[in-house]
Design a protein around this ligand. Structure first.
Ligand code: ACO
Length: 432
């Protein structure tokens, strides 16, 4: 019997299925030949146990709480790197040297403006348009304004003009959507400051009220974007890969990823957490009421910011974000009652059997909103912030998918049909 195979017995016939081993030691049963050999498909709604591709970008161990980008631990990257360096790492597989970093930063500055005709679009969204719908539409539209270059026209192995444009212009689009929403004049990016500082400048600088950059906030934003930069095959990344697998170019594929991220069970959770904390505060801090509701299977209510499909221990990103949250509030001398509510809620939940049994810990979204509030970013922009952070990951996965013959096959899941198989047709007069 061959060593590296699993056996599957159906109707007394045993089939050998190859076992694929990951570089980190995880093993997977390769079912790609199953249909041809056996006539059976597998059923796995929600993709609870299905690997959709081989990938070299991010390693995640949900049992041990490990997250690594290209082999580097997330805590080290968040401590030592800029978001732009981490974006370079995700896209190319290597951290940049000094000249590569300077070139990349130069490109980010060079491509940071958006075509003036695109600016008119902002005037025609309704005044209270959701920033995520603006971001998704505008990113899709980039395709019509800027030619998308092929990966083989690639100056540094992983970064094309197309990629640098997207990373840089998405930040400008996000800040412009805020300015339009506020009715403020647009503030254009500066050439002399970094990615995160420039974002805060474009958001908050005003002609009559210059914005003073605060290094603590710039550093916190940098960390938040790094911590969100990739998370292997989550809902939005899988969307980018699936849409891209139909041969769709980068910008529209990323636009689809932005829409997927918007959902409250995914990136929309950071805004939902703030609403939940505000509600608990307004309700006289009646924690037990909300915890009981979350435990009642008939209420349909969940404590947002807790639980994760993959992490069955504390989310390593949440550990760093919680620490950064304290740093930001302490150094900025801001006191936010929502932090107190969040800390108390976490304490109560961490001692509650229901949550312990189900391994429900704070996730990346639980504390991030409190930092964004301290920066002055409104709640309806929180998921946009997540999207800016996730961009390098989405792009890296789109590129990897396009370069790998196997995973660039069009994504096309199967189904088990459970509807009516055959019905006699009735003319309209005989239907009821
Ligand atoms: N509050 C209360 N109970 C919960 C919560 C929660 N936040 N999350 C899961 N549970 C319970 C479920 O009711 C279920 O209980 P049961 O076994 O008695 O039926 C059990 O825990 C397992 O939950 P599932 O929904 O099966 O877990 P799944 O992996 O499908 O969902 C998810 C993960 C969507 C993140 C879920 O935990 C959730 O809804 N959390 C709140 C929303 C949230 O914070 N989302 C952000 C996730 S991080 C990100 O995407 C960036």
């Amino acid at each position: 019997m061959p060593n590296n195979t699993a056996q599957l017995t159906i109707d007394n016939i045993t089939y050998q299925l190859p076992i694929v081993e990951s570089t980190a030691g995880e093993r997977a049963i390769d079912i790609r030949g199953l249909l041809r050999e056996t006539g059976f498909i597998t059923l796995d709604s929600g993709f609870m146990n299905t690997g959709s591709c081989l990938s070299q970008i991010t390693f995640l161990d949900g049992e041990k709480g490990i997250l690594k980008y290209r082999g580097y631990d997330i805590a080290v990257l968040a401590e030592k790197c800029s978001f732009v360096e981490v974006a370079y790492l995700l896209l190319t597989g290597e951290l940049p040297n000094q000249s590569e970093l300077e070139q990349f930063q130069h490109d980010m500055t060079r491509y940071s403006l958006i075509h003036e005709d695109m600016i008119h679009f902002f005037d025609h969204f309704p005044p209270k348009a959701a920033p995520m719908s603006i971001l998704s539409s505008m990113i899709g539209t980039l395709h019509d304004f800027y030619p998308e270059m092929d990966l083989d026209q690639d100056p540094y192995g992983g970064i094309t003009t197309t990629t640098a444009r997207l990373l840089s212009k998405a930040r400008t689009i996000a800040a412009f959507s805020y300015k339009k929403n506020m009715g403020h004049p647009l503030v254009y990016p500066r050439g002399d400051i970094g990615y995160c500082a420039n974002f805060l400048h474009m958001m908050f600088d005003r002609p009559n009220l210059p914005y003073e950059l605060n290094p603590v906030l710039v550093s916190a934003l940098n960390k938040l974007l790094i911590l969100h930069a990739d998370h292997e095959q989550n809902c939005s990344t899988s969307t980018v890969r699936l849409v891209g697998s139909a041969g769709v170019r980068l910008y529209p594929s990323i636009s689809a990823g932005v829409s997927a991220l918007w959902g409250p069970l995914h990136g929309g959770a950071n805004a939902a957490v703030m609403k939940m904390l505000e509600r608990i505060l307004a309700d006289g801090k009646d924690y037990e009421k909300y915890i009981s509701m979350a435990k009642d299977p008939n209420s349909g209510y969940r404590l947002t910011g807790f639980g994760h499909r993959v992490y069955k221990t504390y989310d390593p990103r949440a550990t760093i974000i919680k620490k950064t949250c304290h740093e930001v509030l302490n150094t900025s001398k801001i006191s936010d009652p929502l932090l107190e509510v969040a800390l108390k809620l976490e304490e109560l939940v961490s001692n509650d059997e229901y949550f312990i049994e189900r391994n429900l810990y704070p996730n990346v979204d639980f504390y991030s909103g409190i930092i964004y509030r301290a920066m002055g970013i409104p709640t309806n922009m929180f998921t946009v912030m997540f999207a800016l952070g996730r961009l390098p990951g989405w792009i890296a996965h789109w590129q990897e998918m396009n370069q790998d013959k196997d995973s660039s096959r069009i994504g096309r899941p199967r189904q088990v049909y459970n509807g009516i198989v055959e019905r006699p047709f009735k003319e309209i007069v005989d239907r009821y």
